[in-house]
Design a protein around this ligand. Sequence first.
Ligand SMILES: [Fe+2]
Length: 199
Amino acid sequence: MKIELWFPTAIYHHDASEQEAAEVRAELQSVVDRELDEILSRKDAKSRSYIQSRQAGHRQIIQKYDLTHFHAFLIRHAGAFLSKLHPEAQGVEVRESWFNFYAPGDSQEVHNHLHAIHPSYLSGVFYLSAPPDCGDIKFYHPNMQTAVTNPQGSIENYETCYTPIENRLMLFRSHVPHAVLPNRSDALRVSISFNIYVI
Ligand SMILES: [Fe+2]
């Protein structure tokens, strides 16, 4: 009998070095509270299961706040990941970037980041505040239409979780379904999400 395992799903994660974290945080420090206040002033702020504005101005935070260090950080790591996934890529472009705020009890349903007209290649998240028990990110097998639990003892995997850690960057292909489990802490969970396109 021969059983072969094929078609792995690549997940990239990187804990920012002290220097990377210091640069990125210095840039973001004054921005986070401002953005949260602005989002909460919009009537669509709680239209989802977590705090996020759907308005275009909040989907381009790198450009809006001129986050040059954060942008360079993303491009550097997306490049490293792409050198393994798509070695012929000429370059990458971050076209959407936005904050996510999860108050205690907030969560996010299963979704992917594939847009019908211009699908992005990579998506990802960077954790700014991740108190203990603030909700794992859960990834699902890309070919499963609905979530399937991992059968005990099986050599196949349909889902896996990562616990958010402050200053951790995660990158994954944009078609990979993922969800955010409920924030069971008593503090805010803050992250930045983004979509990256191959050019
Ligand atoms: Fe997402």
